[in-house]
Ligand binder design. Structure first.
Ligand code: MF3
Ligand code: CO
Ligand code: CO
Length: 277
């Protein structure tokens, strides 16, 4: 059974209860999302060969501090860093460390900034120097899949329509959709109802209603969809060690479609958009 409630009456995640946000929530998310997007823009020059991901983490932390925000992941379930940095066959939740990035790496940086209590959650791909043609294709298809998911995010559709749209794009290019991690409601909470699966059947899941706020964050693999978690308890990698990519926006359902809260002010969300593909 699904129920929807006014978001202002709901302080904790409750299974099956979906908060519907009003103008105040949308305004809060607009500000938090814009700040997260600007932070991801400003990280771009640091995602370079020779630079360790710990530097990216530090720059993100300092950006948050200097702008009155807090990274949601610090002290989240024992996580201690401001960003996740997921390189090559790492699917998600890679932990920043001292190893320098190398030419040809593809890196996802995932950042959630909390501003005035609202969570802006977004991630993008960053190519390091020259990357392979297959890495470029993977990144491009991952962005197209997110775009297809966003296009399906409107009243009259369901969460399953979003997943089906993403899956059709990825599998149409003979790539695969990771099943083990999903998008999520957010707002004053980091992870709320509903779950947003990045695969599925049209018409399944939860009907989309104006006021719902959630992420779409497909993880797409060049090989098979299966993942395993490394001994650190966080890092998820492809079992077959093929490349994986991810991109994430925070959105809100409106009367006619959706509003994307985490658009890049500098137009850097898809790093390959300006390259000739
Ligand atoms: N930002 C991630 C998401 O998109 C969550 C990271 S949780 C962490 O939901 F603890 F791994 F950082
Ligand atoms: Co998220
Ligand atoms: Co995220």
């Amino acid at each position: 059974m699904i129920t929807y409630v006014d978001a202002t009456t709901k302080a904790r995640r409750t299974a099956g209860v979906i908060p519907l946000h009003g103008a105040e929530g949308f305004e809060g998310m607009r500000r938090a999302g814009a700040l997260t997007a600007r932070a991801l823009d400003e990280l771009t020059p640091f995602v370079e060969a020779g630079v360790p991901t710990s530097t990216i983490d530090r720059v993100a932390y300092e950006f948050a501090r200097d702008n009155g925000a807090v990274p949601a992941t610090v002290f989240y379930k024992g996580y201690r860093h401001s960003v996740c940095t997921s390189i090559n066959h790492v699917v998600c939740h890679g932990i920043p460390d001292e190893r320098p990035l190398r030419d040809g790496d593809i890196v996802n940086v995932d950042l959630t900034l909390v501003l005035d209590g609202w969570h802006g959650d977004s991630s993008r791909m960053y190519p390091v120097g020259e990357i392979s043609r297959k890495a470029e294709r993977l990144i491009e298809v991952t962005y197209q899949s997110l775009e297809a998911g966003i296009a399906a995010a409107k009243p009259g559709n369901t969460t399953g329509d979003i997943g089906a749209a993403i899956q059709a794009v990825a599998e149409g290019e003979r790539m695969s959709v990771v099943r083990d991690f999903v998008g999520h409601g957010l707002g004053r909470l980091f992870h709320d109802e509903p779950n947003i699966l990045h695969f599925g059947t049209p018409g399944s899941g939860v009907p989309l209603k104006p006021g719902m706020i959630f992420t779409i964050e497909p993880m797409i693999n060049l090989g098979r969809p299966h993942v395993k978690i490394l001994a650190d308890g966080w890092t998820a990698v492809t079992r077959d060690r093929t490349l994986s990519a991810q991109c994430e926006h925070s959105i809100g359902i409106t009367e006619t479609g959706c509003e994307v809260f985490t658009l890049s002010p500098a137009g850097l969300f898809n790093p390959l958009a300006s390259r000739s593909a």
